[in-house]
Design a protein around this ligand. Structure first.
Ligand SMILES: N[C@@H](CCC(=O)N[C@@H](CS)C(=O)NCC(=O)O)C(=O)O
Length: 217
């Protein structure tokens, strides 16, 4: 079945943080969708055809017949703008600016350090029989810690309980999958014990069916 506005296709794998963020966005917005499996981590990499949708070979990519898009942030913002359902960015300019800032921190600093370094070195690599590189972990720590500290600090400015104010918004959907993996790594767990201020947020998010269903490690 081809992609349509009512039944978009998301290309990716359910274990991917960014696929999870976009699926949370789609599901919370009430948009049914189809996940077509693409695994960039398989030995042969992504199929040649997929590069037409995502030339960098990353996941996710999105198609709803009206537009083909890649970059999770752009996809999520498009879904929020193009579909009815709850607004997933704050209305107030100052809260919206904070939401944009938190999204940027998550993509630029949290993902590379929480996921690509701490989670991969301490969890994925050992699971695949690869060695853990302590130097990579040590180098990731300052940025990993600062990312957490800044998200906590900026959240306080919008008076919660969510990351950017009183309603769920895209930063919640991007942060939750990353936080979920950070928690699994021993160094990440230590960081979260040092700075526990997101625990109430995490508990709130975990009560949601969408989060229970979509956040697989
Ligand atoms: N900037 C991209 C990042 C996507 C990304 O890094 N996805 C990961 C999976 S969570 C991936 O495809 N990794 C494959 C690789 O690093 O080769 C986006 O926002 O869509």
């Amino acid at each position: 079945m081809p992609a349509s506005k009512d039944q978009p296709i998301l290309y990716g794998a359910d274990f991917s943080v960014y696929v999870q963020a976009v699926r949370l966005t789609l599901t919370e917005k009430g948009v049914p969708h189809r996940l077509v499996q693409v695994d960039p981590f398989q030995e042969k990499g992504v199929d040649e055809d997929y590069l037409a949708l995502q030339p960098f070979g990353r996941i996710p990519a999105f198609d709803n017949g009206a537009i083909q898009l890649y970059e999770a942030d752009a996809i999520a913002r498009y879904i929020d703008a193009a579909y009815s359902g709850p607004l997933l960015m704050p209305r107030r300019s100052e809260d919206r600016a904070r939401a944009n800032q938190i999204l940027s921190i998550l993509n630029s600093y949290a993902y590379p350090n929480w996921v690509s370094r701490l989670y991969v070195e301490e969890i994925s690599n050992p699971a695949e029989g690869l060695a853990t590189d302590q130097e990579i972990i040590d180098a990731a720590l300052p940025m990993a810690r600062t990312s957490l500290r800044e998200i906590i600090r900026l959240r306080q400015e919008t008076y919660g309980p969510y990351l950017a104010g009183e309603n769920l918004s895209l930063p919640d959907f991007f942060c939750a999958p990353m936080y979920n993996l950070l928690m699994l790594s021993p160094t990440g767990k230590q960081l979260l014990d040092e700075q526990p201020d997101l625990q109430d947020w995490w508990q709130l998010l975990q009560q949601r069916e969408t989060v229970k269903e979509l956040l697989v490690a």
